[in-house]
Design a protein around this ligand. Structure first.
Ligand SMILES: Nc1nc2c(ncn2[C@@H]2O[C@H](COP(=O)(O)OP(=O)(O)OP(=O)(O)O)[C@@H](O)[C@H]2O)c(=O)[nH]1
Length: 440
């Protein structure tokens, strides 16, 4: 199964005419900007006392041993394990150099933790690599160079809508085969529409992961919600298939009348130009089958839905059937996306998305949402590697401190993990530089 991640806003797509280094999307630019910065990049915007610890606010992958190859040997010990017996070395340290044994012990714990982290990173990378090259249901690997003539090509566009946290991103990610958009425990993480492209044989399916759409209690969309939400409401009729997804576990425990209204509104009448599917998500969290049936029964009479699927977008239950159904809906139409080439724009967006996901994971509170996250430099170096520089611009010094962590530990961890992931995705060495600074 071939999976490519392509990012696009519907309102202002990254057209072929757009400059390679500029994004057209206003939505996207709100958080991410790939433009070269007008302000002087050397101006860090810090006061002189803050400048003192600027070095720790920069993560530079070249200063870390993040390994070079793409080896998947998770158990490989070679990169950090020492060639001497640690116990002898410790005895020498205490007896000969008079070092404090408790300090030696704590450094040993640190090394062990680092090793654990390294293995976890390797495992994550291995899994990601495997998902990129996932065989199809019949166990066949994709034929890389298979060319499908335009007249034979089949296409389908699929929009996914649901309340915040319903699991839209997770489902998109699962279907496309790898990470597309930031998934986190917080709500409204999808700040722009993401298109995942799955090309299998003659068929290409484009998935649009819409931002969290909600209805207010009266059943109508919030009028005052940002432009992105309005554009998402307008765009939903454009898809061949619309998936309406909701969190069944939450619905059983604490039903939200707005979610019910969203499901009912979308299912109120059939749309002859669009097939609508209801996805009852997070079924893995529901223990009793009768509870699940209760949920299904509640919405079974809505005429707008062609089919109802019970799925776990995160764990994959039921997703195979859903994918099969979607493949069958594809119509004869030339593909929108080249399945073999990852464009520079796509790669740039992926680089931002991967870092953003790490930010959401490691930085709690509201901080990630307020950060101005910019791609400052993108260079393909002579040896084929990529140099990617991103700036994380905070509004307050206190936010910068949280982001940087003690002695740069937070930004370092975010950087190392993002660097690893980008290297796996792009299949080449990546030199990632992350700079945290305060808005001047
Ligand atoms: N157990 C379980 N958790 C899920 C499932 N799908 C999503 N989640 C979790 O639910 C949370 C929200 O998932 P997302 O995919 O980010 O939800 P979303 O609808 O895209 O959220 P917004 O971007 O806020 O609109 C994450 O913590 C996911 O891991 C599922 O099938 N089972």
């Amino acid at each position: 199964m071939k999976a490519l991640r392509v990012f696009r806003t519907l309102s202002s797509s990254l057209s072929a005419n757009s400059s390679k280094t500029h994004f057209n999307s206003t939505n996207f630019r709100r958080l991410y900007s790939a433009q070269t910065q007008e302000e002087n990049p050397t101006n860090t915007g810090l006061s002189s006392s803050e400048e003192d610890d600027t070095s720790s606010s920069v993560f530079d992958s070249s200063q870390y041993d993040v390994g070079l190859g793409l080896s998947n040997d998770v158990n490989s010990e070679n990169s950090v394990s020492s060639t001497w017996d640690e116990k002898y070395r410790e005895r020498v340290k205490t007896k000969v150099f008079g070092e404090d044994p408790s300090e030696i012990k704590s450094s040993r714990i640190l090394i062990k933790e680092e090793e654990k982290r390294r293995r976890a990173a390797l495992l994550a990378r291995t899994l990601l690599e495997a998902s990129l090259e996932r065989p199809d249901e019949d166990g066949n690997e994709d034929k890389e160079d298979e060319v499908v003539k335009e007249e034979d090509q089949m296409s389908l566009s699929v929009g996914i809508i649901g309340a915040p946290n319903a699991g839209k991103s997770s489902l998109t990610n699962y279907m496309v085969g790898t990470k597309v958009s930031a998934v986190s425990r917080k709500t409204n993480t999808t700040t722009h529409e993401v298109l995942g492209v799955m090309t299998k044989g003659k068929t290409q399916i484009c998935f649009f992961d819409t931002p969290g759409l909600m209805l207010k209690k009266s059943g109508f969309p919030y009028k005052d919600m940002k432009a992105r939400i309005e554009s998402a409401w307008r765009s939903i009729d454009l898809y061949d298939v619309l998936i309406v997804i909701f969190d069944a576990h939450r619905h059983l425990g604490k039903p939200d009348s707005r979610v019910v209204r969203l499901i009912e509104r979308m299912g109120s009448e059939a749309n002859p130009k669009q097939k609508r599917l209801l996805c009852i998500n997070k079924v893995d969290l529901i223990e009793k089958k009768k509870d699940l049936l209760k949920v299904a029964k509640e919405f079974k009479d809505l005429p707008g839905y062609e089919r109802c699927f019970m799925i776990s977008g995160l764990k994959g239950a039921g997703v195979k059937d859903l994918t099969k159904y979607l493949m069958e809906q594809a119509v004869k139409r030339p593909w929108d996306e080249d399945p073999f080439v990852m464009s520079e724009e796509v790669m740039k967006n992926i680089s931002l998305e991967v870092v953003r996901e790490k930010l959401l994971h490691y930085i709690h509170q509201e901080i990630p949402y307020g950060i101005d996250h910019r791609l400052m430099d993108w260079k393909e170096l002579r040896d084929g590697s990529l140099r990617i520089e991103q700036h994380l611009i905070t509004h307050k010094i206190s936010q910068r401190k949280i982001l940087v962590g003690k002695n740069g530990s937070k930004i370092g961890r975010i950087g190392i993990e993002a660097n690893e992931e980008l290297r796996t995705i792009f299949k080449r060495n990546v030199h990632l530089v992350l700079m945290v600074r305060v808005k001047s």
